[in-house]
Design a protein around this ligand. Structure first.
Ligand SMILES: [Zn+2]
Ligand SMILES: [Zn+2]
Length: 698
């Protein structure tokens, strides 16, 4: 016995001498790193194949360990070192490390999803099909370098006005730090970005240009491509967004990461691309909520871009016509440089904004006589008009006139929306879970056939306008009319080619598109946003209306915007009428400061989802009590858990617990010590939970 034991320990001692222990990040919902060993050292940032439980996974080496943190006998060997890429660069590892700490997630949950999917799928490295792996295959197919229709087109470079010139000079002399380029719509921010980028490229450095939405990339892609130095143009621009096929995304990623592409244009996921020569980061429309990832790692690409710029000592430019109040606050504090473009680049006046008081108007299908008259006049002049209503479908609810029954989603606490279809088959659809049924012929409760759609969505507005203006070409642009791939681009090109007279659309139409002949914008149902429960609602409404209004009159004079509202005296509308962001921001920030809301406080949100609301709320109550016992809870407020606004979605009930502190440090100190306890508390319960730092919606 004794001899056997000593033999075993000798054997394991011999073994350990040739073992190098490694802490590996894996994308699993468990805290921390996982110990493995290999027969030779493996540098940080290298991907490895490991067996975790019974699964084979791709992980990444994050640390070399002198001794394993587990009993040595229980530590497994890694299966294989993936050497198809050099180790991920140190600054990329730092960025991921910061994101993991700040958002309180494990390294694996940050690092692995930040890579193109084929670099983190074990299947790509197993079996005979995978000979060489995805990188090797991508290299064999370098891909179409250019879709550039632009190359042969003559590029006319606009001259800068005095304000653009001054802003460019200031940005050129900025070596590091953050600048806000605050420019009204049509003021030519893009031109300033392009000039600045050219300068950085001429120094041999790379530029990261972030945009909020995929739909905005094609226009900008052409502008950027047109400015790249001739022979380099096809290869030196890479585009990245979630609609790219995996092979394309990997090839773009490799070109940027290897320093072969000079400009990376992309949506929030592009932020996590390694860029060995990064010299400038631009975040266009920095206020846009699309920069915040809404599932998985709920990061803000804008905030991480600022951190990345700071870490590398390169300048970050934030651009917006309606900066977020967080950014405006930093400007007020003197932390960011402020540059203003208050004039439209083409010397056009901003459109006139009129508030139509709907308390005194007789509305037809939600539209005032003023708006109908203005539409008729605009049609007569041969100009385009836009009717903006942020609600898709025919009408938001169906109601029985005899008993008061209303259409409700059976799986959610939400109304089922009436949708009409060409074939005449109408449906009730839930916009939260997608549940869809045919519109009943009679009331399910009382059998009465008198069912009325209440209120308007885009379809109903479209139908009404078609009836009013039979000669006009009316086009609807919303998530329904653009569902098929490529259909959005086709619809927008119809608009740009002047093949539409009246456009009816949701927020999809408001962003970035430059409509040449748009002389009139009508806004319906804006009040619904004003009174949403979220404290950010007025800020969002203001940004959205400024953006929609900004679509008008970019090439012509005398454009007007009609906003229908029951509350024309509200500060949001008054500031909008004068195109006065500054007064809006001042009053909104005063209010936030008084109420102790961000940016004067820092928040995190713990949410729980369960079949039964009592499970979700009970868990959050216990989690709260547990936090209150902690020393670190000093200076941090934990509110009572509450059900979220649409409490039940797809039969899952949801509740949330808000955590808030005037000190960012205090908030994170509490989260550091509290979250491991929350993790233990949740174990074995029939629920899921998640933490969001700096939540955008409460
Ligand atoms: Zn009824
Ligand atoms: Zn539903």
């Amino acid at each position: 016995m004794a001899a056997d034991e000593s033999n075993a320990s000798v054997a394991s001692a011999l073994c350990t001498t040739s073992r190098f222990y490694l802490a590996i990040a894996l994308d699993v919902p468990l805290p921390g790193l996982f110990d493995y060993w290999h027969i030779e050292p493996v540098p940080c940032g290298v991907r490895v194949l490991v067996t975790f439980g019974r699964r084979v996974m791709v992980g990444m080496v994050c640390e070399a360990l002198d001794t394993p943190r587990l009993e040595a006998a229980r530590v497994r060997a890694i299966d294989r070192v993936l050497d198809d890429l050099p180790p991920m660069p140190g600054d990329w590892m730092r960025l991921a490390g910061f994101a993991a700490r700040y958002y309180h997630r494990s390294m694996g949950e940050v690092l692995m999803p930040a890579l193109p999917a084929s670099l983190r799928k074990p299947a790509a490295y197993l079996g005979s099909r995978a000979a060489g792996g995805p990188v090797c295959r991508a290299d064999r197919r370098p891909g179409r370098p250019a879709q550039g229709q632009v190359s042969s087109v003559e590029v006319s470079v606009p001259t800068l006005n005095a304000q653009q010139q001054a802003a460019l000079q200031a940005l050129l002399s900025m070596k590091t730090g953050v600048a806000l380029l605050h420019g009204v719509t049509g003021s030519g921010k893009t031109e300033v970005y392009l000039r600045l980028a050219q300068q950085i490229l001429s120094q041999g450095r790379q530029v990261l240009l972030l945009v909020p939405e995929i739909n905005l990339t094609p226009q900008l892609e052409n502008s950027v491509r047109a400015r790249l130095p001739g022979e380099l143009a096809p290869l030196s621009l890479a585009v990245m967004h979630s609609n790219l096929a995996e092979g394309e995304r990997l090839r773009a990623w490799l070109r940027v990461a290897r320093g072969h592409a000079d400009v990376l244009l992309g949506t929030r996921l592009a932020l996590f691309t390694p860029m060995p020569r990064l010299g400038l980061i631009i975040v266009d429309e920095e206020h846009d909520t699309s920069y915040k990832q809404q599932d998985g790692l709920r990061y803000s690409a804008r905030d991480l871009a600022i951190w990345r710029g700071h870490d590398l000592g390169v300048p970050v430019v934030l651009g917006s016509a309606t900066p977020s109040l967080e950014t405006w606050h930093r400007v007020n504090q003197g932390a960011y440089q402020y540059l203003s473009l208050s004039q439209r680049a083409l010397a056009q006046a901003l459109p006139e904004v009129h508030l139509v008081d709907t308390r005194r108007a007789r509305l037809e299908q939600g539209m005032s006589p003023q708006l109908i008259e203005a539409l008729a006049a605009s049609l007569a002049r041969g100009e385009q008009s836009l009717v903006f209503i942020n609600r898709r479908g025919f009408s938001p609810v169906l109601r029985c006139n005899s008993c008061g029954w209303v259409s409700q989603c059976p799986r959610c606490t939400a109304y089922a929306v009436v949708h009409r279809h060409r074939a005449g088959r109408h449906t009730l659809q839930c916009h939260h879970c997608g549940h869809c049924t045919a519109v009943p012929r009679a009331c399910p409760d009382c059998g009465d056939q008198d069912l009325q759609p209440l209120g308007q969505g885009t379809q109903r507005v479209e139908a009404y306008l078609t009836e009013q203006f039979p000669q006009a070409r009316i086009l609807r642009i919303d998530a329904d009319s653009t569902r098929r791939k490529g259909s959005a681009a086709a619809l927008f090109s119809q608009v740009h080619d002047g093949q539409a007279d009246v456009l009816v659309g949701t927020q999809m139409v408001s962003k970035g598109h430059d409509y040449a002949r748009l002389g009139l914008v009508g806004v319906l149902n804006a009040d619904a946003m004003l009174f949403a429960q979220d404290y950010r609602a007025p800020e969002r409404l203001f940004a959205q209306l400024m953006q929609v209004a900004g679509r008008a009159g970019r090439r012509g004079a005398g454009a007007q915007v009609l906003v229908q509202t029951d509350y024309p005296d509200q500060a949001v509308y008054q500031s909008l009428r004068h195109h006065d962001y500054t007064s809006f921001a001042r009053s909104a920030l005063d209010e936030r400061e008084e109420l102790g809301l961000p940016p004067f406080a820092y928040q995190a949100l713990l949410t729980a989802q369960a079949r039964h609301l009592r499970d979700a709320q009970g868990f959050l109550s216990e989690a709260r009590e547990c936090a209150m016992r902690l020393e670190a809870a000093k200076g941090v407020q934990l509110y009572d858990p509450v059900p979220v606004r649409v409490v039940r979605v797809a039969n899952i009930e949801r509740a949330q617990l808000l955590i808030e502190s005037p000190s960012r440090r205090a908030l994170h100190r509490l989260l550091d010590v509290w979250l491991p306890e929350v993790y233990d508390l949740a174990r074995g319960r029939p629920l899921r939970y998640g933490l969001e730092v700096d939540p955008q919606e409460i």
